[in-house]
Design a protein around this ligand. Sequence first.
Ligand code: CMP
Length: 142
Amino acid sequence: MARSEAVNFMRETPLFSRLSERELQALLRTSREKTFEAGSKIVREGETGGLGFYLILDGQVEVRKGNRSLAKLGAGEFFGEMALLQEDAPRSADVVALEETRCVMLTRWDLRGLIGAHPDIALKMLAALARRLSDTNKALSE
Ligand code: CMP
């Protein structure tokens, strides 16, 4: 995706909607875009080190714990925040591409810098975490 296209996409993403054009440009300069083939494991449960935060540009992923599906996430949604927010925590689940999936990957430092400048990002992430926890609790009681 061209950088201007990625900037437009991220501006439409609730998490980053308050960032200025300049901030988005700067963010995209330090981030990496990567395409994952269907079936590839993007994040492996238990892994530590080289941690990144992923925003899905297009495609779909599944969060899995063993054979259990915890969630499916698509364009505009994110994953990989849990290990970044806790100090040195291992990845809590596998994340597998269900189809060809393109992501923007941010480092822990980029994400922390962003949250420092835009605390609303932390609030939005908390809201998403609460939603996911509540969905998982619901699924467990079914
Ligand atoms: P992290 O632990 O870094 O790596 C695995 C990711 O899967 C995790 O961050 C979350 O982004 C996501 N994840 C883990 N558990 C759930 C869940 N119960 N529902 C939705 N997403 C989850």
